[in-house]
Design a binder for this molecule. Sequence first.
Ligand SMILES: Nc1nc2c(ncn2[C@@H]2O[C@H](COP(=O)(O)OP(=O)(O)OP(=O)(O)O)[C@@H](O)[C@H]2O)c(=O)[nH]1
Ligand SMILES: [Mg+2]
Length: 199
Amino acid sequence: MNWKWVKSVQKVLRGKQNDATVIILLGPTGSGRSSFINAAIGEDRLKCVGMPDNSLAPVTTDVESVHFMRGRKEYIFIDTPGLDLQENTAELIDKAYKIAPKQADVLVYLHRLSDPRVTVRPEEYVRILKLLGGSGWPKRTIVATTMSAMVDEETATEREVQLRDNLLKNMIAGGTRLDRFFGTKEDAWRIVDMVINSE
Ligand SMILES: Nc1nc2c(ncn2[C@@H]2O[C@H](COP(=O)(O)OP(=O)(O)OP(=O)(O)O)[C@@H](O)[C@H]2O)c(=O)[nH]1
Ligand SMILES: [Mg+2]
């Protein structure tokens, strides 16, 4: 975890309008965080993998926030660098714990179903989810799977079962949701609203 970007997220959280809903996108590089935000706002505001070229380098290297009005309600989406890119995670998160952040309202953790392996250790993403989501983080978290179309349905389902029954078992018992994201605007809001409406 890179200390610098955790601080940037906390700055956004501290400065947020009381009635704005903050949605943080987390996950390994290339999991589709920036595409999720672009889908939700219906605009290619953030640079994504493949835009403008097919470079293999991670695209999002710093925290970026995007404000969006849905009706009269304000939403702040926060894009973050890939959680699998950083070094010294444990030490840096320990430091970050010492700053009391305002909590995020929704934490969307993306996981690619096309990946045969999980590249971020659960201890690491749980720590960052706790840090940014406060004490009620499990209920504010949704793990959304992406890129299901890149594998056959049997493989996709089997990987989701493994996530549900093994890796995410404790989080799900605490109220975290697991669902598939299909890439559209409607679907991005369905995912976000699932958490908001459960409060
Ligand atoms: N085939 C397929 N491609 C997808 C799907 N979802 C997203 N993508 C593509 O996968 C890429 C994801 O890129 P980003 O949204 O930039 O991912 P990111 O997590 O922000 O990545 P970094 O910022 O580089 O760490 C984009 O090119 C999307 O168009 C999907 O369900 N299937
Ligand atoms: Mg990105």
